[in-house]
Design a binder for this molecule. Structure first.
Ligand SMILES: C[S@@+](CC[C@H](N)C(=O)[O-])C[C@H]1O[C@@H](n2cnc3c(N)ncnc32)[C@H](O)[C@@H]1O
Length: 306
């Protein structure tokens, strides 16, 4: 299957919560293969799109996919977290989308090292300008720091044992390939494949990926700063793929909707997170863990002044 044939996660639900029929600018902070972005541009000829991606290769592909709409598109090879610092006119922005994490394209590209099922280098960088790779983390982090990464970002029960094993092994060998790491994890976790059980290497790879790309760093601050800057009625939709990320989104939106003092800045549109139906899950297994949360900025006058 080509990277483009993967359906964007929760497509209809996301476009509906973003209310994409309105004329104006939509910001896609995580452009990927431009699946959501191209639908916005296709369905609304009065929509403009500003897209961000950390991954230069993805951005090149997205630019190609968005070629039919090129006159309505502006792309940045940058972290979406810089959005509030850029000179972007937020007064025309109607919706902001974040579809967090990595894309199927990244997962399935062997030399990126995101998948434990494909032999490749332990890289895992979304942005090649980043100096930190997964191999460097395994080589340089202290044993307690490694254990913390596996425990916090992978929720791995055997975090201490795995960190200890890596600290021992790296005295005599370099741990540089995905297969090598998967085999170490299988040995430490006494892995026996069982139907319906998540491979422990998935948790370890997730943990390393989050650490390499500092994925959770600044997410809450980004949401808060951006929501303070956008105009009333602007919508924000966030899709997350693991509980750590979803927890940050949920708590940040709840705090902005119901601050301890004064009126809220937003209305939460999704009382519960929206999850994919069986149909979508059967087509894209990765969609299984997707959770969408959306909010709308409240009208002026009800905002908390700072
Ligand atoms: C799940 S994919 C998005 C898929 C996209 N919605 C589509 O339909 O094709 C996430 C993308 O966001 C990018 N990304 C992740 N974190 C980012 C960040 N902080 N800033 C910019 N791009 C980021 C990744 O490189 C990846 O291409």
């Amino acid at each position: 299957m080509s990277e483009r044939e993967h359906l964007p996660a929760l497509l209809e639900e996301t476009l509906s919560y973003l209310d994409i029929q309105r004329a104006g600018t939509y910001i896609d902070g995580t452009l990927g293969m431009a699946g959501h972005a191209s639908e916005i541009l296709k369905r609304n000829p009065k929509a403009r799109l500003i897209g961000f991606d950390l991954d230069e290769n993805s951005l090149l592909k997205a630019r190609e996919y968005l070629r039919p709409y090129a006159d309505r598109v502006e792309l940045f090879h940058a972290d979406f977290k810089y959005l509030p610092d850029l000179d972007i006119d937020l007064s025309t922005v109607r919706g902001i989308l974040l579809d967090l994490g990595m894309s199927s394209y990244q997962l399935e590209t062997q030399d990126r090292g995101f998948s434990h099922a494909l032999e490749g280098p332990l890289d895992m960088r979304m942005d090649f300008r980043n100096k930190l790779t997964a191999a460097k983390i395994l080589d340089k982090y202290s044993e307690p720091k490694l254990a913390r990464v596996f425990r916090t970002y992978g929720e791995l029960k055997q975090a201490n044992q795995l960190a200890r094993r890596i600290a021992t092994l790296r005295r005599t060998q370099k741990i540089e390939s995905t297969t090598q790491l998967r085999m170490i994890v299988e040995e430490v976790c006494h892995w026996i494949p069982q139907k319906g059980k998540i491979h422990p290497a998935s948790k370890v790879f997730q943990a390393l990926r989050i650490e390499v790309n500092q994925e959770l760093e600044g997410l809450s601050e980004f949401l808060e700063r951006t929501i303070r800057l956008i105009l009333p009625k602007t919508r924000i939709a966030v899709i997350s793929f693991h509980s750590l990320e979803d927890r940050i989104v949920k708590h940040t939106l709840a705090r902005l909707a119901h601050p301890e003092n004064g009126p809220g800045l937003i209305d939460i549109l999704t009382k519960k997170p929206v999850t994919p139906g069986e149909d979508e899950i059967s087509r894209t297994s990765r969609a299984r863990s997707a959770k969408l949360r959306a909010a709308e900025k409240k009208p002026y006058g009800t905002q908390k002044t700072q």
